[in-house]
Design a protein around this ligand. Sequence first.
Ligand code: DC
Length: 223
Amino acid sequence: MSIPPFIIVAIDGGAASGKSSSSRTLSDRFNLLHVDTGSFYRALTAELLRREVKPADLPAVQAALADIALGTRVEGRSAQMEIAGRVVPDAEIRTRHVNDHVSHFAAIPEVRTALLEYQRSQAAVARARDFRGLVMEGRDIGSVIFPDATFRFFLHAHPEERARRRASEGGQDSISERDRLDTSRKTAPLACPPGAISIDTTHLTLAEVVETMAKPIAEKLAS
Ligand code: DC
């Protein structure tokens, strides 16, 4: 009997493009470790803000990064970032304050470098825990973190529809401003990498988005 392949599914897209719901569903369906890299940037931002570090103060950012010890805790099928042994709770990483700062910190090349190997190391976490692979969502997963991922998807939707989704989740988030910053930054900007499968989710239900991605994944796992 052949060993099923370990697969890496990269899902990139702007805020409220449907990444989180669909990657969580794929994680459950195929027993993949779910890695939300936006939550990593958010946790790091919350920690930098707690230390009163400003994005414009590069030496302070670098000093803090050198001092912050990162770990991973797996809860259910989800990889959570630990900072100094503590998972920063959702209530602390989804605040208005973090929303307003996260894209500014994420645009700093030193911040992205600090998270690069950490994000790649999630594959070893998934293997060690006998997942069949991992599904990682973010902005640069298919372009920078795992350019050789088994599947690379890029989700997008009309801005009005994304704003409606975020509002219906009760979120207070200026997604258009974050997208502007994430798309225009010099290092690893949000963009559909060549060869990725681009899916317009504007008029699709979650189930339809999931089916579009699940079909090739199921075929691969059965091979
Ligand atoms: O997915 P999210 O909206 O929670 O991400 C929060 C911010 O983190 C996003 O505005 C930009 C940044 N981010 C990034 O630059 N690269 C990633 N791979 C994931 C998130």
